[in-house]
Ligand binder design. Structure first.
Ligand SMILES: Cc1cc2nc3c(=O)[nH]c(=O)nc-3n(C[C@H](O)[C@H](O)[C@H](O)COP(=O)(O)O)c2cc1C
Length: 283
């Protein structure tokens, strides 16, 4: 039975085709008491960056009917601490470990790969390219073919281990990006990273995701979601004030017009109705 499930990935023998996806399984070690790590086909580590990253403010998760929205913010210990603290323990298992790597400039990716190249116990690299190139305008590596080719090509020159490029679904057509990655030297394509999404609390009109609340306040952070969540911000508040003032204005205008044609009793009833509408709207 085991033999039937055995397979290979970029020449790496796998016990079976089940790989723990990056970020869903920590560094693997956290789950060692729950599952036998050696029974897995492979572990893809949490994304590793040049420096440690604290991640996004809470809430980071939101359960929906169609899945789970996550906004962890690529929290990780950084590549040096990974090599020093996690990798020696991971080496005590026989399961292949694939290091997931990301950065905000090509130099960041290269710096991480350079350190990992000198470390034992890594079977391959998975490049998370769903990151903005903040040094050059903030365009995502995953959404610009020339940028993607440049990144993959330069990592390819450095990396001696197999290179897997993990693509983003947030593009009009993914196939040209797969072809670009292959031509630039990728050994395999990993499909797919997460879809851009947002959950909004309709009562408070604010985002249920902490990073979006912060990005609206500070005008930094998650660029895509920040636009969608504008109702949680000062702009949203201004919009509400303008809308409610308009209702109040129309109500008063109508009351003044009606005063000319109505007797006192009807006039009183009309004003009460208008005040009711305004109070409901303001609630
Ligand atoms: C909590 C969480 C953290 C994730 N962190 C990473 C990460 O650090 N690097 C990465 O490349 N993908 C990360 N991902 C994306 C997953 O590896 C996977 O590509 C994504 O969830 C799509 O697969 P699915 O549709 O089976 O969930 C993360 C996903 C989740 C849910």
């Amino acid at each position: 039975m085991t033999d039937l499930l055995e397979t290979t990935l970029c020449g790496i023998p796998l016990r079976n085709p089940v790989l723990a996806a990056s970020g869903t399984f920590g560094y693997g070690l956290e789950f060692a008491k729950l599952v036998d790590l050696n029974q897995l086909g492979g572990i893809i580590t949490k994304g590793l960056s040049r420096e440690p990253i604290a991640g996004n403010p809470a809430p980071r998760l939101w359960h929906t009917e169609g899945g789970m929205i996550n906004s962890v913010g690529l929290q990780n210990v950084g590549v040096s601490a990974f090599i020093r603290d996690k990798l020696p323990k991971l080496r005590t298992y026989t399961v292949p470990v694939i290091a997931n790597v990301f950065g905000y400039a090509i130099e960041d990716y290269l710096a991480v790969i350079e350190q990992l190249e000198n470390a034992e116990g890594i079977a391959a690299y998975e490049l998370n390219v769903s990151c903005p190139n903040t040094k050059e305008g903030g365009i995502f590596f995953s959404s610009d073919p020339a940028l993607l080719a440049d990144l993959v090509g330069r990592v390819r020159l450095l990396a001696k281990r197999p290179l897997i490029v993990k693509l983003s679904p947030n593009v009009a057509r993914i196939a040209p990006f797969a072809r670009t990655a292959e031509e630039a030297g990728a050994d395999a394509i990993s499909l797919i990273n997460t879809f851009v999404s947002l959950a909004i609390d309709v009562q408070t009109r604010s985002s249920r995701i902490g990073a979006v609340r912060r990005s609206n306040r500070d005008a930094d952070g998650c660029l895509l979601a920040g636009g969608v969540g504008a109702s949680a911000s000062a702009d949203g508040f201004r919009l509400r004030v303008v809308r409610r003032s308009s209702v109040l204005f129309v109500a008063l205008q109508s009351a003044l017009l009606l005063r000319e044609r109505m007797d006192a009793r009807r006039m009183g009833a009309a004003i009460l109705v208008f005040i009711g509408i305004v109070l409901i709207w303001l609630a």
